[in-house]
Design a protein around this ligand. Structure first.
Ligand code: ISE
Length: 338
């Protein structure tokens, strides 16, 4: 690979388009060389606007000589197919979360990667690149505040469409907390439970909202995560880690204080792409840099698998209305970090 990574993007929907834009306008040592999408008219528009090759099929793009590495940003059901095609072509691949909708799909991707003998897959758990979460982790890691004992989190979206149903609170939203908390605490989960508080009148018929997920970890930490995706007021993410000698809270991204008309306050982000825009930029720049070095150093298929196994336990708990154990198999050698 040269000093510039030629990236092929499979899936030019909302998140795919924002990656094309950030690679073309803000990031370094990379360019978008090809795009593909089942919706060829959107993909063609992207190919024209960003002067890159249009492929009819994702598999053709993945094999193409002008593609060094691949981003998969299709709808979730197609992630496995394209991530596997990239592994089979021995190309580095960045796949949006979830790597596959269920843990057996993630396991198949891991097995293909293990068979090839090289880490090739990074997953889009972008919160690990948020400056606030990184500060929190650095503080926990110093040990200066003692051990973490409890964590309180909230994951609030202003509203969701009718496509967002009850299961998605765990699988689409709180999966971010599942990943970022494993990483923050350097711990694995042992049990999961999901319970339903009183339902908001703003939830549509197929959605139980809000929900609370409880997790316990191997070290004995207890975690509660509130998912409230019709909170109406904005997009708001909270994380408070209670340690033996101090309470550490995720900082609220800076924005000016406005005093006006008898009120003093700061703006709340309208949605996740606004709240985490810097994290997305840092995540992809990091992927580009490590790919050029021939390495994966962000969240990998094993992280995707651990998150998926935990999410599956949480979903079972929600459906069976009982606490469910998280059974994570031994970590394959390929994923043991040096
Ligand atoms: C969405 O799919 C995301 O990934 C966002 O980061 C999350 O906050 C939101 O709740 C999800 O619906």
């Amino acid at each position: 690979m040269d000093n510039e990574l030629r990236v092929g993007i499979v899936g030019t929907g909302m998140i795919g388009r924002s990656h094309i834009e950030r690679i073309s306008r803000r990031l370094h040592r990379c360019r978008v060389s090809a795009v593909a999408d089942v919706n060829t008219s959107v993909a063609r528009q992207m190919a024209d606007e960003y002067d890159c090759t249009l492929f009819e099929k994702g598999e053709e793009l993945i094999k193409a000589q002008e593609v060094d590495a691949v981003i998969v940003s299709t709808i979730d059901d197609y992630h496995e197919q394209y991530a596997t095609a990239a592994i089979n072509a021995s190309k580095f691949v960045f796949c949006e979360k979830p790597l596959a909708p269920r843990s057996d799909g993630v396991r198949r991707i891991m097995d293909a990667e293990i068979e090839g003998g090289h880490l090739l897959v990074q997953i889009g758990f972008m919160r690990r690149y948020d400056v606030g979460y990184q500060q929190l982790k650095a503080m926990i890691d110093t040990g200066a505040y003692g051990d973490p004992l409890m964590v309180h989190c909230a994951h609030r979206n202003p509203s969701v469409t009718t496509e967002y149903v009850t299961s998605m609170a765990v699988e689409n939203s709180m999966i971010h907390e599942i990943d970022v908390l494993r990483w923050l605490l350097n711990d694995e989960f042992t049990t999961a439970q999901v319970v339903f508080p009183k339902r908001t009148r703003h939830a549509h018929a197929e959605l139980q909202d809000p929900q609370i997920m409880y997790l316990t970890t191997e070290q004995g930490v207890r975690i509660d995560v509130e998912a409230f995706v019709n909170c109406q007021y904005g997009y708001d993410i909270k994380c408070e880690v209670c340690c033996e000698e101090g309470i550490l809270s995720l900082p609220v991204p800076a924005s000016p204080t406005v005093v006006s008309n008898g009120w003093r306050g700061t703006k709340v982000a309208g949605g996740w792409s606004e709240r985490f825009v810097d994290a997305y930029d840092r995540e992809l720049q990091n992927w580009i840099d490590s790919t050029l070095r021939g390495q994966v150093d962000g969240p990998n298929s094993w992280d995707a698998y651990a998150a998926s196994v935990t999410a599956t336990a949480a979903s079972e708990s929600r459906d069976r209305r009982e606490v469910v154990g998280v059974e994570l198999p031994a970590q394959p050698d390929l994923y043991r970090r040096q």
